[in-house]
Each structure stands twice: as structure tokens, then as C-alpha cells.
Design a protein around this ligand. Structure first.
Ligand SMILES: [Zn+2]
Length: 129
């Protein structure tokens, strides 16, 4: 359910970002999103749901380019900044548990690419990387 909700949100944002041009709305070839690791989004699942939701829309066949944003934190005790890649969120330098999360919660649509004046041939997206 998590990924389905997120895929719907991405599609909402992406649709709103499409230029208000008359029909036919340009076909979208690629949607790039930034997703922080703290969101626990599974890319494969997100692509799958995105593909389901876009069937029959301008986004049908569009590739979903997922940029994973690492979790970064800063220590409130020693002020060092570091990437968090372990189940423990403690400071690797001084061991403090007072860590502020700087990034990793991102969930945003970065860009859209549309197909313009391109021959109409369906690109099969979501075949994996
Ligand atoms: Zn520290």
C-alpha cells in the first residue's frame, strides 16, 4: 500500500507539472524522483505501481528514474556530519545518541521528460535496470 500511495502522489505532482498545452498532451518519457532511504520505499514496488497507475495516461510507458538519497545526520554533541548506513543512528565519532537527521526523508519529483516530435513507438519501461 505504501508504494501505491507514493506512486499516486508522484503522478499527481507530475501531472500538475505538465505544461497546460492543448491536446494532445505530450507523452512523458521519463519521470525522475528523489527518494530518501528513510522512507523505506522499495524501488521495484514503486515502479510496478507507477506503471499500473499510468496505464492509459500521458505517462504510460514512462520510465521512473529513482534517485536514492542517503540518510545523513549530524551529531548534537560533537557536531560531526556523517552518512547513516547502519541500523544504529548513533554518532560514529563520539557514540552520542543525539543525532539530528539532515536528509533521508526526501520524496519529490525532480524532473519530467516528454517525447516531442518523436516517432510513436512504445518504449517498454519497468523492465528493471
Ligand atoms: Zn558525535
Amino acid at each position: 500500500m505504501h508504494e501505491l500511495t507514493i506512486a499516486g502522489g508522484i503522478l499527481d505532482v507530475a501531472t500538475a507539472a505538465l505544461p497546460g498545452v492543448p491536446e494532445p498532451v505530450p507523452r512523458v518519457s521519463k519521470v525522475t524522483v528523489r527518494i530518501g532511504r528513510l522512507t523505506n520505499v522499495v524501488p521495484e514496488s514503486l515502479r510496478y505501481h507507477f506503471q499500473l497507475l499510468t496505464t492509459g495516461t500521458s505517462f504510460e510507458g514512462a520510465a521512473l528514474d529513482i534517485v536514492r538519497v542517503p540518510i545523513r545526520g549530524s551529531c548534537s554533541d560533537c557536531a560531526s556530519c556523517f552518512e547513516i548506513d547502519t541500523p544504529s543512528f548513533g554518532c560514529p565519532r563520539c557514540g552520542s545518541g543525539f543525532v539530528r537527521i539532515l536528509s533521508g526523508r526526501e520524496l519529490e519529483v525532480v524532473s519530467l521528460e516528454t517525447v516531442e516530435d518523436a516517432p510513436v513507438h512504445r518504449q517498454e519501461a519497468c523492465n528493471g535496470d
